[in-house]
Design a protein around this ligand. Structure first.
Ligand code: GNR
Ligand code: NI
Length: 180
C-alpha cells in the first residue's frame, strides 16, 4: 500500500476530465487500496483519483464515524437527483477552506465496485454530498467553482502564494493556467 501525494488548487491537473475504466483489474484494485490509504491518512471522507493525478473515473469514500465502511465507486454515474441542501464543504485539494455549497439532497448512483460488480443505490445526507463532490472532481470541477468570482479569486491568490512559498518559485508553470 502507498500514500499518494494530493494535488492542490489551483494546479491545472485538477481540471483534467477523467476517463472511464475499461476493465476493473488488479491494477485498479491496487490504486483503490492506495486511494483509501491516502484518504484515511489525510484524513478525509472522500477522494477522487483526479486528486492523486490519476485521471480515471474512480472515487473512494467513507462517511462512517468509525471510519470502517470504505466504499469504492468506479465509473460512477448519478442517475437522478432531487431536493437541495446546503453544507459547509472542505476539500483536501483546497486545504483550510470551508464554504457552504448547495447540492442535491438525494441521488441515485450507479457504479462498479472494486470487483467489477454493478452497484445501484440511493444516497442521502453526507454520503450524497460527498459523492457529488467526488464526481465533480472526476469532471475537473472543484467546490470553489460554486463560490462567487470575488471569493474564488481571493482564494486563488492566497493558494498561489502558498504554493510558490512551498516550491521556492521553482516551478509555478502549472499555477498560471487559467482557472475555469
Ligand atoms: O474530507 C472531505 N470532507 C468534505 C466535507 C464536506 C463536503 C465534502 C467533503 S470531501 C473532502 C475530501 C475531498 O476533498 N474529497 O475530494
Ligand atoms: Ni475534494
Amino acid at each position: 500500500m502507498a500514500c499518494l501525494p494530493i494535488l492542490e488548487y489551483p494546479d491545472s491537473r485538477l481540471r483534467i476530465r477523467a476517463v472511464s475504466v475499461a476493465e476493473v483489474d488488479a491494477e485498479t484494485r491496487t490504486l483503490v487500496a492506495d486511494m483509501l490509504e491516502t484518504m484515511y491518512a489525510a484524513p478525509g471522507i472522500g477522494l477522487a483519483a483526479t486528486q492523486v493525478n490519476i485521471h480515471k473515473r474512480i472515487l473512494v469514500t467513507d462517511v462512517s464515524d468509525e471510519r470502517n465502511e470504505p466504499l469504492c465507486l468506479i465509473n460512477p454515474d448519478i442517475l437522478s437527483a432531487e431536493g437541495s441542501v446546503s453544507f459547509e464543504e472542505g476539500c483536501l485539494s483546497v486545504p483550510g477552506v470551508f464554504e457552504a455549497v448547495s447540492r442535491a439532497e438525494r441521488i441515485v448512483v450507479k457504479a462498479l465496485d472494486e470487483n467489477g460488480e454493478t452497484l445501484e443505490f440511493d444516497a442521502e445526507g453526507l454520503l450524497a454530498i460527498c459523492i457529488q463532490h467526488e464526481v465533480d472532481h472526476l469532471e475537473g470541477k472543484l467546490f470553489v467553482d460554486y463560490l462567487s468570482a470575488l471569493k474564488r479569486d481571493r482564494l486563488k491568490k492566497k493558494m498561489v502564494k502558498k504554493a510558490k512559498h512551498r516550491t521556492g518559485e521553482s516551478d509555478s508553470s502549472r499555477l498560471s493556467a487559467p482557472v475555469i
